[in-house]
Design a protein. Structure first.
Length: 208
């Protein structure tokens, strides 16, 4: 595939594609383009996706169960190896291929299984304690789904997924596509919203 075609698909210019891919090495052939299969392999290698990364999920509520049952992780090199929950009623229950273990067992299991990545899917009040437990167990990469900010020491990678913020971003673009109707006090269905009034009395008041 040519750099021009890649640029068209990515929405950028061909020079940028060639420059960015050059950081991975010289994989393109002038006048021919890129071997797609080989390029995918090299990008995956650079992203660390050719490794086998053991992952532990802490918090097996609705979100934790959905993550545990997701089959797409394995194809990207992420292997769920352990599930933990603080609720003793859940301990021993199987979700997918794994039985839920007690939170107190996390350090031993994480070290024995060489867990590289921990996923926090707990309620907000428990997130910092879970992050601390993961760090103490030697986990150096954490993905936080809890709707709160957690802190980790330097040397530990932390990423946060805030679904509410993602919805707010979508709301922003949706509002722009709709021409800002809600901003003007008109709901999308044509009814009046609770926004500022723009009747004649308001206009005359501004004029005075």
């Amino acid at each position: 595939m040519s750099s021009e075609r890649l640029a068209e698909l990515a929405g950028v210019n061909a020079a940028k594609v060639r420059k960015d891919l050059s950081y991975l090495g010289s994989y393109g052939t002038r006048g021919v383009g890129y071997d797609v299969g080989y390029l995918l392999h090299e990008i995956s290698r650079e992203l660390g996706l050719t490794h086998d990364w053991p992952v532990a999920i802490v918090g097996v509520g609705n979100l934790g169960q959905a993550l545990a049952n997701y089959r797409g992780f394995g194809a990207r090199g992420f292997r769920i190896v352990a599930l933990f929950d603080a609720d003793p009623r859940k301990v021993g229950r199987k979700v997918g291929e794994h039985a839920i273990q007690a939170l107190e067992d996390l350090p031993e299991v994480a070290r024995r299984g060489r867990v590289a990545i921990g996923i926090i899917a707990t309620p907000a009040p428990a997130a910092q304690e879970v992050a601390d437990r993961l760090v103490d167990a030697g986990v150096t990469s954490i993905l936080n789904f809890a709707p709160t900010v957690v802190s980790v020491p330097s040397g530990v990678s932390l990423r946060k997924v805030d679904l509410a913020i993602e919805l707010q971003i979508l709301s922003f673009y949706q509002r722009r596509r709709d021409g800002g109707a809600a901003r003007d006090g008109v709901a999308l269905d044509g009814a009046k919203s609770d926004g500022p009034r723009r009747d004649g009395r308001a206009a005359s008041a501004r004029a005075r």
